[in-house]
Ligand binder design. Structure first.
Ligand code: AMP
Length: 547
């Protein structure tokens, strides 16, 4: 017997309709490319999204067509999120920090029909236009007619102005209802190995993920919150905030392109932001600015930090010096992204000092909806004792079941688990801790050494700005950890002193074999260390040393 409840498909359009009806006057504040602040509301955004759907229809967009965006966090990008998915087309967010050749590859692979771009990306658009002319019919710049970039596009590719198109359209569009499993948006993984792979989210996965991240022990955004997503809308849909915030009726504060410490402080304080989210490098920049300027963050309550391991000093500094709580989160493009989130339980709510910091360093507990396990090389599940590590696998309604176009099938097991490529431990309370990427773990004499743990300890040294641990080939132990460090400005690195910081913190055989001082470390387009490039350069360092 079936239950007698109404059957409403989970539609992304229902989020913006809800926000427009129940939080009509809640604000969306955007720092524009020109520098001024733009203010609008959920009611106006829903109406503009309907108008934009009419524009897209006029440009020949049909269900399942891919529409690409190359844009910072702002109100027009939000309109695209809702209009494109809402009309049953697929919103494909592009990461402008990728190399032009990678961008062209991704656009062609996705078969994007239109490209909507911020004017700051005009030179980039011009550079890749000849490579994408077979698929992209028109480029629409997100501006008014007075700000249109003066660029030449290949024949057959139209150059259009967003506001001119909007002015010419009407709002006579009714949000269609269709299968909730239909594709809604597309995001490519940053591609640290091989070609980037596309993750295709559905309406159902997006709505469920947005509801899940708003649970009380996760982002917990409320109607009274003023939320500033520093994480870009091209990095896994800004971690779901553009969907979860309107669901809750929270004000959205969109930072645009300037993500340095001074710009963020001005926006956070000027707009009284209460919650913000981003990757560790952003908060490092903010911390340096606050310490140098003496400014405070009187309204800010919480930062959500994820994307890479949050170094201990960030927890310490923001919580004790600035009174801002740090929540550590873990996720991936393939998991929409939220998989785990670190908040306290009744059993550990009284933790303080070192014990609390140690817990906060972990990536957190699985959200309801995400199931996880750790397995060894033979696929056997490992115990949840906080000691054993294994390959982390996850499953759930907002975890990918395959990549777009069938690439990378080896990551998906026949029994429905997705192999994350991360190595982790899980403690008896269910707190998961990432110890490595499977590719980066150091296998010394058959035992595993966590590169992340060694890096976190290295950056706690007062002379170190950034650190990377890589597996260097060793004649006896196969691999040994090699530490690469960047010095803080005006500091000298004393190798022996750096290595002393490991005393008592890790087993003796974990201590790196050598320290190399470098000017800078390479990063991917989403701010992660490019370990593969480092390994290529430094893999033979210990062999060369040994002669
Ligand atoms: P992406 O799909 O580009 O967001 O990258 C996902 C990967 O980032 C994960 O598989 C992890 O390796 C890494 N990652 C994300 N969040 C964290 C975190 N809090 N700590 C350590 N690594 C993380």
């Amino acid at each position: 017997m079936l239950g007698l409840m109404q059957d409403h498909p989970l539609m992304i359009s229902s989020i913006i309709r809800h926000a427009a009806r129940h939080h009509a006057s809640a604000e969306i504040v955007s720092k524009t490319t020109e520098g001024a602040l733009h203010r609008t509301t959920y009611a106006a955004t829903e109406a503009r999204a309907r108008r934009l759907a009419r524009v897209l229809q006029g440009l020949g967009i049909r269900p399942e067509d891919r529409v690409a965006t190359l844009a910072w966090n702002g109100y027009r990008h939000l309109e695209l999120y809702y209009a494109v998915s809402g009309m049953q087309a697929i919103c494909h967010t592009l990461n402008p920090r990728l190399a032009p050749a990678d961008l062209a590859y991704i656009i062609n692979h996705a078969g994007d029909a239109l490209l909507f771009a911020d004017t700051t990306f005009a030179p980039l658009v011009q550079a890749i236009a000849p490579e994408i002319r077979k698929t992209v019919r028109a480029v629409v710049f997100l501006c008014g007619p007075d700000s249109m970039p003066d660029i030449a596009l290949p024949e057959g590719m139209d150059l259009l102005c967003y506001e001119t198109l909007m002015d010419a359209a009407d709002e006579n569009f009714a949000w269609p209802v269709f299968d909730e499993r239909a594709a809604a948006s597309l995001c490519y993984t940053s591609g640290t190995t091989g070609n980037p792979k596309g993750v295709l989210y559905s309406h159902r996965s997006t709505v469920l993920h947005a509801m899940a991240i708003n649970q009380a022990d996760v982002f917990a955004m409320r109607a009274r919150d003023r939320v500033l997503p520093v994480v870009p809308m091209f990095h896994v849909n800004a971690w779901g905030i553009p969907y979860a915030a309107p669901m809750a009726g929270s004000t959205l504060i969109m930072p645009g392109r300037h993500l340095d410490g001074a710009s963020l402080t001005a926006l956070m304080n000027g707009e009284r932001a209460t919650i913000s989210a981003g990757v560790p490098t952003i908060w490092m920049g903010l911390l340096m600015h606050l310490r140098a300027s003496g400014e405070r963050l009187p309204h800010m309550q919480r930062f959500v930090i994820g994307g890479s391991a949050c170094p201990r000093m960030l927890f310490e500094a923001f919580q004790s010096e600035f009174g801002v709580r740090i929540d550590h989160a873990w996720g991936m493009t393939e998991t929409s992204p939220l998989g785990t989130y670190n908040t306290l339980k009744s059993t550990n709510a009284g933790l303080e000092g070192e014990a609390l910091l140690r817990l906060q360093e972990k990536q957190g507990r699985a959200l309801f909806g995400v199931d996880m396990r750790i397995v060894n090389d033979a696929g056997e599940e490992q115990p949840w004792d906080g000691e054993h590590t294994g390959h982390l696998e996850v499953r759930g309604p907002w975890v990918a079941s395959a990549y777009f176009d069938g690439q990378g099938a080896e990551a998906f097991s026949a029994d429905g688990w997705f192999a994350t490529g991360d190595v982790a431990s899980i403690d008896p309370d269910g707190y998961m801790e990432i110890t490595d990427r499977s590719k980066d773990v150091i296998k010394s004499g058959g035992e595993w050494i966590s590169s992340i743990q060694l890096e976190n300890i290295a950056v706690s040294h007062p002379d170190v700005a950034e650190a990377a641990i890589i597996a260097a080939t060793h004649p006896k132990w196969d691999e040994r950890p090699l530490l690469l460090v960047v010095a803080k400005p005006d500091r000298e690195i004393d190798k022996a002193d750096i290595l002393r910081i490991y005393d008592g913190k890790v087993a003796r055989w974990w201590v790196p074999d050598d320290v190399v001082v470098v000017d800078a470390l390479p990063h991917t387009a989403t701010g992660k260390l490019q370990k593969r490039a480092l390994r290529e350069t430094w893999r033979n360092h210990l062999l060369q040393q040994a002669g």
